[in-house]
Design a protein around this ligand. Structure first.
Ligand code: PHE
Length: 360
């Protein structure tokens, strides 16, 4: 091989060995084989070579071209592999890590409080039916807690609620600790366009205290607004939910006519149980479990939704109550006493969240 070609080969091979990444490699390739690369220049100059040398020179140039292309490709494979190895090392997740010391599994283990657990279960069950979770403030305006829900001033329903009032604001009206989660119906309808599907788990307050009532307790609200919604949808949704939540596929469910200012018609929902044994699902007795109904047209209108176009249903229930029934917890008060023996007994492992897959 002519000296100039041997020199170009040696020079290129040294440059390839020095190229530390794919960009540097590409620079070497362009410098040799690119449009104005060294070897391309020699090939272009072939025409000026005397005819008797041209054939041999041409063959030598093409051999060199093949050699250098192969060398570049070989270097590319090495650099590609190095880049992948570096990325794998940087993004490495060690799935074999042992449990952290703050997640013990014996009697030292923490537990999910039964109320938090029920909220997880509600979220999983209604989530599977297309509902998302909405929230609202504990300190609520009078209009949201009552007025917009069709409970005007002096309406008798206000007296039923044993409301905690706060000092009056600049508008002269007293804010309240929300007496139910229903004000979040209003907030949701004001901030979202239908179709709407939300559940609202949260704290609620009423001035009431005995073995089955606490001044602070939890409710979950449900609200669905869409076109063509009927009582049939309400019943199907709640029957499915109650049977799944209590894990009894044949749980008897009864809808009983009732009254709420913000739904019409309104229905109380009962489930079948045995009054003597407390067992759910059979026994011929009925236990009231939640309030529900079709959203009152005035409530829709208060939120700027045209009741001729959209209908919906709403429901509300006590989270402590359904939790006590599901787990046979006899007394409400320990829910808030932070007694670790009670929490260990009724709590759930923090390492097994509620999922439909495993059954809630
Ligand atoms: N807010 C009602 C209560 O606290 C329950 C309810 C909610 C009833 C939604 C109907 C519709 O008693």
């Amino acid at each position: 091989m002519a000296d100039d070609l041997a020199a170009l080969q040696a020079e290129t091979e040294a440059a390839l060995a020095a190229a530390g990444d794919l960009r540097a490699l590409d620079a070497v390739r362009v410098g040799v084989l690119g449009k104005s690369g060294a070897l391309t220049g020699l090939l272009k100059g072939l025409g000026a070579v005397p005819a008797e040398e041209r054939k041999e020179r041409g063959a030598a140039l093409n051999r060199l071209k093949g050699t250098l292309e192969a060398a570049i490709e070989a270097r590319r494979v090495v650099l590609d592999e190095a880049a992948l190895t570096a990325r794998l090392a940087a993004e490495r997740i060690d799935v074999s890590l042992p449990p952290r010391p703050f997640a013990p599994t014996g009697p030292e283990a923490g537990a999910i409080h039964p109320i938090a657990r029920t909220i997880e279960e509600l979220t999983a069950l209604f989530g599977a039916m297309g509902f998302s979770v909405a929230e609202g403030p504990d300190i609520e305006g009078d209009w949201y807690n009552f007025g917009a829900l069709n409970i005007p001033d002096h309406h008798p329903a206000r007296q039923d609620h044993d409301t905690f009032y706060l000092p009056a604001g600049p508008d002269g009206r007293r804010p309240v600790l929300r007496t139910h989660t229903s004000p979040v119906q209003i907030r949701t309808m004001l901030s979202q366009e239908p179709p709407i599907r939300v559940i609202v788990p949260g704290r609620t307050y009423r001035a009431d205290h005995d073995a089955t009532h606490s001044p602070m307790f939890h409710q979950v609200e449900g609200l669905l607004i869409d076109r063509g919604i009927t009582l049939g949808h309400l019943k199907g949704c709640l029957i499915d939910f109650l049977r799944a939540f209590f894990g009894i596929s044949t749980l008897p469910v009864r809808f009983r006519s009732s009254y709420f200012p913000f739904t019409e018609p309104s229905m109380e929902v009962d489930i079948g149980w045995n009054r003597k044994t407390g067992e759910l699902g059979a026994g011929g007795d009925w236990l009231e479990i939640l309030g529900s109904g079709m959203v009152q047209p005035k409530v829709l209108a208060n939120c700027g939704i045209d009741p001729r176009e959209f209908q919906g249903f709403a429901f509300g229930m006590g989270i402590e109550r359904i939790t006590m029934l599901k787990h046979g917890i006899p007394d409400l008060r320990p829910f808030y006493e932070s007694d670790v023996r009670w929490l260990r007994h009724y709590g759930t492992s923090p390492l097994s969240p509620a999922t439909l897959h495993e059954g809630v």
